[in-house]
Design a binder for this molecule. Structure first.
Ligand code: TRP
Length: 461
């Protein structure tokens, strides 16, 4: 993979657009697609939510992603430093540096609970191999899940293992450590998801699932659901915290940002929809599993399928291994912007920067571990610790940073900057993108944020 690096005068870049696509897809495709998308879709009543989510990806996610990649390639530094340089160059107020800052904090917050959930996937790997789910019904898989969550020691052990895995790769350098994994294992995950789809088609209630996911029932939609769809469209594309900006810094200068971003967004959406169509047929074929079950949906429904299919234990083991890998490549992008910044500006070496941030995220993660057992009764405004972390990051910080990015690139940054980076994108693409970024993104994100927040506070108080 190191051969994929060509040293330019100032900053290393990847030598092809495919390397960027793979790295960005590795960041984008993760627990957000396979675990979170199905469960929040279930909680928000299905079709209408999916539709809003798709609109958010298309109208808000993709334009903001183009803006983020563009900023990163323009600055060719860590997101914090890039923002500082761009604001200095243009003589702008230091306020805009908060885009970089908020991102580093959001990344650590997300990583803190992300590693706990990835720990669940890790915990399922040996259980699959051991045959725990052989012939198990929904009641048994539910019991297994509940027992796992009640055991804080086990959760802590798996969460810690996942954090160590993440820190180890980041210590080796993202390009070298991750490239191989992404290139081989992501296609494998895709193939396995296809196999799951076939199983769901043959043994689950496929028609009910398709109806649930693709027939919109708008009465199920609230201001909060729309906010959740918006937040998730940023979460799933890894937007709003500098991860994609950090990767954009490595992108070759002559590569089309527009086409590349479209490819990544397409792959990410495809994986999410495939995961939904693998999970919901099984949910609807087992009346004891409720579509709105929440974070446990994937972990209770799929083991039933693995326990029933021929060779299912092996397939199940593979499946949870691949989820772990997908989560791994995402987790790396959550910590990398902070690490890059500590190295550049604070004189840390890669090792100490990485260990320090990894430790902070790990310690914060203890709150999430406990929120499933000892602290499960302790809520703040209706949120457990895990719920509060999720809400704060996905539904407030990511959209807020996305809003800042849209305003910054659309209205504040000298137009020449964006224009020269996006040059050669085709004559129709640039004006369309700029128009959406200026006139659609800020008001839409702003209104959704306000209405969603209002709804939430009204519901809580
Ligand atoms: N996109 C990843 C997922 O869907 C999670 C993720 C990785 C992320 N990097 C990010 C989310 C940066 C927000 C910001 O699982």
């Amino acid at each position: 993979m190191s051969s994929a690096l060509i040293q330019t005068k100032s900053y290393p870049t990847w030598n092809s657009r495919w390397v960027f696509i793979m790295a960005a897809t590795g960041s984008a495709v993760g627990l957000g697609n396979i675990w979170k998308f199905p469960y929040i879709t279930g909680e928000n009543g299905g079709g209408a939510f999916v539709l809003v989510y798709l609109v958010c990806i298309l109208l808000l996610g993709i334009p903001v992603m183009v803006a983020e990649v563009m900023l990163g390639r323009r600055g060719r530094q860590s997101p914090v430093a890039t923002m500082r340089q761009l604001t200095n160059e243009a003589g702008l107020h230091g306020f805009w540096n908060s885009i970089g800052w908020l991102g580093v904090v959001a990344g650590l917050f997300i990583l803190s609970y992300y590693s706990v959930i990835a720990g669940w996937a890790l915990a399922y790997i040996p259980e699959m191999g051991r045959g725990t789910f052989q012939g198990a019904g929904a009641a048994e898989t539910q019991l297994f899940f509940d027992t796992l969550l009640a055991d804080k020691g086990r959760l802590l052990a798996w969460q810690s293992l996942f954090m160590l895995m993440t820190v180890a790769v980041v210590a080796c350098g993202v390009v070298k450590g991750l490239g191989v994994a992404v290139r081989i294992l992501m296609p494998l995950l895709f193939v396995l998801l296809l196999a799951m789809l076939v199983f769901a088609y043959r043994h689950g209630d496929f028609a009910a699932a398709a109806e649930f996911l693709f027939r919109p029932d708008f009465s199920a939609l609230t201001g909060r659901s729309v906010l959740e769809a918006l937040g998730h469209s940023f979460f799933t594309l890894s937007l709003g915290m500098g991860a994609i900006m950090a990767y954009g810094a490595y992108m070759p200068a002559d590569t089309s940002i527009g086409k590349t971003v479209l490819t990544v967004a397409f792959l990410d959406t495809l994986v999410a929809l495939m995961a939904g169509m693998a999970i919901f047929p099984i949910v609807f074929a087992n009346p004891s599993i409720h579509p709105g079950a929440g974070p446990e949906l994937l972990f209770v429904s799929l083991p039933v399928a693995f326990g029933a299919m021929p060779g299912g234990l092996l397939v199940g083991m593979m499946f949870f291994i691949l989820i772990t890998i997908a989560a791994w490549s995402s987790a790396i992008s959550l910590i990398e912007p902070g690490v890059a910044w500590l190295i550049e500006r604070r004189g840390f070496n890669r090792f100490t920067a990485n260990i320090s941030l990894g430790f902070i995220a790990w310690a914060l993660g203890l709150g999430t571990v406990l929120s499933f057992n000892d602290w499960s009764g302790f809520t703040l405004g209706g949120f457990t610790f895990f719920g509060a972390m999720d809400f704060l990051t996905s539904r407030i910080m990511l959209p807020l940073t996305g809003l800042f990015i849209a305003i910054f690139v659309g209205w504040v940054l000298p137009q020449m900057t964006a224009k020269s980076e996006l040059n050669g994108e085709g004559s129709r693409f640039y004006p369309l993108w700029l128009w959406v970024l200026r006139y659609i993104c800020p008001p839409a994100i702003g209104v959704v944020l306000l209405v969603g927040l209002y709804d939430t506070f009204a519901a809580v108080s």
